[in-house]
Ligand binder design. Sequence first.
Ligand code: FES
Length: 106
Amino acid sequence: MSNITFIEHNGEQHSVEIEEGKTLMEIAMNNGIPGVDADCGGECACGTCHVIVNPSWFDKTGNTNNDELQMLDMTPERESSSRLSCQITVTKDMNGMEVRIPEFQM
Ligand code: FES
């Protein structure tokens, strides 16, 4: 079984099974992960699906386009490995990846 671990602001961890081809946001929603709001449903228009990828996994998460970068500019807890989870397509290569959820979404 391949897993990704979401880590809440309070340190609570949730290990979820990889569903290849879905977005990381969809997997978070399907598994009821707290703190990923995804208000726009994955249209890269709300910024409330912000996650901070463990830096050693960042290269596996694919490219970041201008729309995502602009949205990340507005997120309150942006870090160098921040991504919008709706813009990450999950693959089996992400087995073992850890992502943190910020304390606040927008
Ligand atoms: S769900 Fe709205 S930007 Fe990702």
